[in-house]
Design a protein. Sequence first.
Length: 112
Amino acid sequence: MKEDLIELLSRWKNDERRIGFRNVKVRNTPFADGEYLIIVSEELKIKDNSKTIKIERVFQTFNQSGNNEIANGDLYRAEQIVNIITIEFFKLYLDTIQELYLEYDGDFTELN
């Protein structure tokens, strides 16, 4: 796999701003020589209700073997996919936390 794609996926996986555990799995694709199937995911176990939330997406590379005319196509798609996962995971996290904590009684304090 090309270094720029590895670097992009590693940077996303190890981003210190992440909420959950991020994982990247890679395998050769049976559909095209020199190309890969990549699974990217983010998950988190919410301890208060023992619920695990997870977002996962699969994509295939098309330019790792050098056969595609769009040189940065894999990078662009990978960047879009990890951005989508990040946003979807954050939304799922917020919805889960809201559902969990709105069940608790208690008063909120108004900030000045």
